[in-house]
Design a protein around this ligand. Sequence first.
Ligand SMILES: [Zn+2]
Length: 237
Amino acid sequence: MIPAHLPQGYYTKTGTVLLRKDSAKEGQSILIFMRELGPRWAGAPRANAKNRFGGATEPLTWARYSLYQSPTKLYLQDAEVREDFLTLRESGGTLLCAMRLYKLTAREAPTGCENDALLRALWSALVQLREKCPPAAVEFRYTWKFLNLMGLAPSYDICASCGTRLSGRGVMTKEGVFCASCAKNGGLSMDAAELAELRAAALLPHEKFLLWSKEPRKNENFLKNIKLLSPYFANMR
Ligand SMILES: [Zn+2]
């Protein structure tokens, strides 16, 4: 296992920049989410007041990053762009969705440890957006998958109280989805078709999701459920 504080030396990993902070004195600090290393802050010093890494330190860009860990700090030394996802910038809705996924990841993913499954899910979500899947379905899927990797996602199959299979109506709450007999007041009531939609968006394999998500469907169910998933992240802290 790779320790939270890396041994001094050189590292080369593929990944993506989740966040960037600029400081006049020290140049840029970037939170890079990399294979095997997970999300880590690194300094990206300027050369002659110019950003020598070009687009590689822009969020949404995926690159192969070469880093040096000094006794005190991790520094970016070089970056080779692999995929810039430039077409995501052509649509405002798609770009905003991608930025929300990045912000969520920067805020909630544990730093300094491996998280390759989440990194793969983030990559897949950007590919889905590039392939013109509806942003609401992609955002719901990624948010659920993120929670699922942390062991915190609600089940859309089984009642959170009595454990029976949810075959008809279900009520989504902060504690999970309840069947009609266990549901109390409050929460979002959904019919069987709406629950089936969430199940499919969460669990279909990537290739099947690409086709399924493009069938005509209302975004409202996904939008409401994205909001209802966000308190689940609090259970990590
Ligand atoms: Zn129940």
